[in-house]
Design a protein around this ligand. Structure first.
Ligand code: ATP
Ligand code: MG
Ligand code: MG
Ligand code: MG
Length: 464
């Protein structure tokens, strides 16, 4: 079953059960300044759950593009290391706004998986929150899930979008990819492997948490579910990694060709194929690389992709060339991607060229530092220098160090950063004397040495 067919089957199933189809919203939430990106299907409905945004329906279904590369849900560091995490993925969801609750939500999910998709019950594992007797009873006595494949967990089964907002206990459904894959069942010490993969999360929204941590019961308990399209596609296509599904084939082939690689299973190619999706869609949704907020997350993802290209020996700008393959793969489902293709390419190319000026030298500095290392921790000064002079975001250095089993002195890095801020604060009080007094290198965050020319520019940067 192709990904596009799974997406359609899901939306049709819930439409047949009285849900209104709602198109994917932007990755930049328009209803929540505290949230970096849309990181779940429920985000566009947040105010509907809270009773503040009345809609003409009480049941909805959507395929929502999501980014998890910053904030509360951040999977950037997982990409390239697990078979199941992406920076951008599509979340299939069904929602009840004070209409049906646990029983129907559980039955719908089970019916869709076992009847519509035809998955064998013996392959599915279920978890609920330790406190949730009601959900446990439905699964064990109503649906008839075997107690051997059922468990009660704590934190993993309490869902929250952010530090505040709607939340509640959840129930998760896992698929067992079989003994060829490493990993243990949910709740076991090896659960982080890729054998038992969480495919669907059913959230029973019962509370609204405020900034002080108080949980107020919602006016009407609601349902929010999310199933990762790429994960269920892997199951349906009989592969054990999301990177082997149809959606990624063309991207990986294109990345391999551009990078002159034969083996398409290399982690670096997977990282690149993953990152082009999030970067392109973030640009589609109006994010531009910059030094702060959303733009800085985008910049970090682009630089991580470019560094992986560099690792494969690519020395020319290449990342923007993948937009063509992405457009072929997803342009039909997302016309806005197709329409803005050239603009995306331009933004990426500009960013690649800028980083190219410092990447090579930064890598050399880092390689030397790592080669000369006595323990297995890279010092804060070097991390800071890479960040400040060569434009290496912290997590980029961490990604490289991790490949070589080296840890980073994060506290040391933070101290250097704070010292620089102090210098900047002091310097900005001296206006005209600025250029003479401060270490210019210290002010050229992220970009490299050559950028700052006038004191006006320096001031703008420091006052940001
Ligand atoms: P995991 O424990 O595997 O990190 P999660 O519990 O953080 O997943 P949820 O917040 O419950 O994920 O999101 C709902 C569903 O979205 C998951 O069951 C999974 O199918 C999918 N999903 C979550 N994160 C990712 C990701 N980074 N890439 C691809 N799919 C994801
Ligand atoms: Mg997660
Ligand atoms: Mg989970
Ligand atoms: Mg989950």
């Amino acid at each position: 079953m192709k990904s596009a067919d799974i997406r359609q089957a899901f939306l049709n199933f819930f439409e047949q059960h009285g849900h209104t189809q709602v198109p994917s919203s932007s990755l930049v939430p328009d209803n929540d300044p505290t949230l970096l990106f849309t990181n779940a299907g429920m985000v566009p409905f947040k105010d509907v759950f809270l009773g503040r945004d009345p809609r003409p329906y009480v049941r909805a279904t959507s395929a929502q593009r999501c980014v998890r590369a910053g904030g509360k849900h951040n999977d950037l560091d997982n990409v390239g290391y697990t078979a199941r995490h992406h920076t951008l993925f599509e979340m299939l969801g069904n929602f009840s706004f004070g209409d049906y609750f646990k029983r129907d939500a559980i039955h719908y999910a089970w019916q869709f998986l076992t009847e519509n998709l035809g998955l064998p019950a013996e392959k599915l594992w279920v978890t609920v929150h330790v406190s949730d007797d009601e959900a446990a009873d439905i699964w064990l006595n109503d649906v008839g899930v075997s107690a051997e494949r059922f468990s009660r967990l704590d934190e993993d089964n309490f869902w929250q979008m952010g530090d505040t907002g709607p939340c509640g206990p959840s129930s998760e459904i896992f698929f067992d990819h079989g003994p060829d894959v490493f990993g243990g069942p949910p709740g076991s010490p090896d659960e982080d492997g890729d054998r038992y993969i969480e495919i669907w999360n059913l959230v029973f929204m019962q509370y609204d948490r405020d900034a002080q941590g108080n949980m107020t019961p919602l006016p009407r308990p609601s349902i929010d579910t999310g199933m990762g399209l790429e994960r269920i596609a892997a199951v349906m296509q009989g592969v054990h990694s999301n990177y082997e599904i149809d959606l990624f084939k063309r991207l990986l082939a294109s990345a391999a060709e551009i990078a002159g690689q034969q083996d398409i299973h290399q982690p670096s190619l997977r990282v690149i194929a993953d990152h082009i999706r999030s970067c392109a869609f973030l640009i589609v949704d109006g994010v531009i690389p910059s030094n702060e907020g959303r733009g800085y997350v985008l910049r970090r993802i682009i630089r991580r992709a470019v560094r992986h290209g560099h690792k494969l020996g690519v020395r020319e700008p290449f990342f923007h060339r993948l937009v063509a393959a992405l457009d072929e793969e997803m342009g039909e489902a997302y016309p806005e991607l197709h329409a803005r293709r050239e603009q995306i390419e331009k933004v990426l190319l500009r960013e690649e060229e800028q980083f190219a000026r410092t990447l090579d030298n930064g890598m050399r500095l880092l390689d030397e530092a790592l080669a000369g290392l006595e323990g297995n921790e890279l010092d804060g000064e070097t991390i800071f220098k890479l960040y400040d002079t060569y434009g290496f975001p912290y997590d980029l250095t961490a990604d490289i160090a991790r490949e070589r089993n080296i840890a980073l002195d994060e506290a040391g890095f933070q101290r250097e950063l704070e010292a620089q801020r102090e210098r900047a604060r002091a310097a900005s009080q001296f206006g005209a004397r600025l250029e003479a007094d401060i270490d210019l290198e210290g002010a050229t965050e992220f970009v490299g040495r050559e950028r700052l020319t006038s004191s006006a520019q320096v001031l703008t940067l420091l006052n940001d």
